[in-house]
Design a protein around this ligand. Structure first.
Ligand SMILES: [Zn+2]
Length: 232
């Protein structure tokens, strides 16, 4: 098997290539994302799309990508319903809710809590925002916090899922910044962090360096630029 590779596409968009060759996009805000590398804006293959919530900077290109590639889309029930009404094949929707685990072709997805506001790209109700725990076929576990502030129950996510890497928003203003993210790292008990939702726009001022100064010792803060990958 190859490695499991996580590639940051700017903002909160990621491509996850699993060891057995599945290509998963999380929150694929590609076109219109000022930090998405040009060579990543038109994916050649999409097997699965997983969404944390309905805001436009997370749903992004989901409808077009799902239609073009016949991708399976994993999302909370109300958001999945919205996607079905906007062109995603209902047979390709994996609608779930918080706490339940769904197996999509050997990759497991679990929605967690997140504290944020929620609406679809058109302002309609699409359920509550969430985080996502992804466990790959070879047992690598990634926790995508989604857009959120810190919250005490991150300790439960750490306890139950023991993520190998946590993908945390650090930009401040719309989500937690480095100060809260440092506490999130401690609560999760995770040793490796990929920061996101920073630097996209001028308001998102948090930086990986600021988080590194505040995070517990022994934790690796990956300082990715859009387009960079890490092996999980
Ligand atoms: Zn956002």
């Amino acid at each position: 098997m190859a490695d499991t590779t996580l590639t940051w596409l700017g903002h909160a968009a990621f491509r996850l290539d699993t060891a057995s060759g599945k290509r998963i996009y999380i929150d694929p805000f590609l076109n219109g994302n000022p930090k998405c590398p040009a060579n990543e804006q038109t994916p050649e293959r999409v097997d699965i799309i997983a969404l944390t919530h309905g805001h436009g900077d997370h749903v992004g290109d989901t409808v077009d990508l799902a239609k073009k590639h016949g991708a399976t889309v994993f999302a909370l029930v109300e958001l999945a319903g919205w996607l079905g009404k906007h062109g995603v094949d209902e047979g390709k929707l994996q609608a779930s809710n918080k706490g339940g685990t769904v197996d999509v072709d050997g990759v497991k997805f679990t929605l967690t809590s997140a504290f944020h506001s929620g609406s679809g790209p058109d302002g309609s109700y699409v359920g509550e925002p969430s985080g996502i725990v992804v466990t790959t076929e070879d047992g690598k576990t990634l926790y995508f916090a989604g857009d959120t502030c810190m919250f005490g129950d991150m300790a439960l996510i750490g306890r139950v899922y023991k993520p190998d890497v946590a993908i945390l928003p650090i930009g401040d203003y719309y989500t937690m910044g480095p100060k809260e993210a440092a506490v999130a790292v401690e609560l999760l008990g995770v040793k490796r962090i990929v920061p996101c939702h920073w630097g996209t726009f001028g308001l998102l001022t948090g930086t990986p360096e600021a988080l590194e100064k505040l995070a517990p010792s022994g934790v690796t803060i990956e300082k990715l630029q859009p387009g960079d990958s890490v092996t999980v």
